[in-house]
Design a protein around this ligand. Sequence first.
Ligand code: 5GP
Ligand code: MG
Length: 215
Amino acid sequence: MNLWLKHFADILSKITGGIIVRYRHFLAYLGESCIMEKLVKLNDRTFRIYKSEKEIIEAIRAVADKINDDYLGKRPIIVPILNGSFMFASDLMKELKLDCEISFVKASSYEGTSTTGVVSTLIGLNQSIEDRHVIILEDIVDSGHTLARILPAFHELKPASLRIASLLFKPKALKNPLTIDYVGMEIPNDFIVGYGLDYDGIGRNLRDIYQVVEE
Ligand code: 5GP
Ligand code: MG
C-alpha cells in the first residue's frame, strides 16, 4: 500500500513540476511580448521602446567582429566622445579580442575663424595618439556637425589612421560629408533616448533605446 502511495506521489509531483515549468515559460514569453509595449515618461515627453538591449548588444557584436578583423595584429586606441557613448564603449570593449587602449574625451566647441566656423577642442585626451590607430566612438551621428567640428582636432595630433564607429546613425539627417566606418544601426530621423542618450539630462541609464511618441 505504501508503495502505491509513493508511486502516486511521484506521478503527481512530475505532473505539477511539468505544469510549473510550462507556466514559467509562458510567463517569460508574456514578459518578452510586453517589452514591445514598454513606455517611459521623461519630464514632459513619452517614449516607446524602439531597440531592445538584446538588439543593441547584437549590433555591437557585429561592429566588434569587423573591428577585430580590421585591426588584427594592431593595437588601436578607442576614443569615445562623452557623455553619450559611455555604454556603447563599455559593451564594445567587452567584445574586442585585440590589445586595445581606451581614452575618453569631451568636445568643447567655440567660434573659430570665418573660414573654420565653429570648431572643437578635445578635453581629457591624456596620451599621445601620434602614429597610433585611432577609433572614435560616437553614440549617434545625426547632422554630423559634432564630428565635423572635432575631426580637425584629431588630425592635428597626427594619428596613423582615424576611423569612426557610431552605435546609431541617422543617414537622412546627415549634413556633412562624413564616412562612418562602423555603424551599429541605421535609424530614421526620430528623437531617441536611453542606452547613454539623454533627454534633458535624464534617460541615459535606460538599458533599451526608446523613441519619442508624438502627442
Ligand atoms: P550631430 O552633431 O551629428 O547632429 O549630433 C550628434 C549629437 O547630438 C549626439 O552625440 C547626441 O548627443 C545628440 N543627438 C543627436 N540625435 C539625437 C537623438 O535622437 N537623441 C539624443 N538623445 N541625442 C541626439
Ligand atoms: Mg555624442
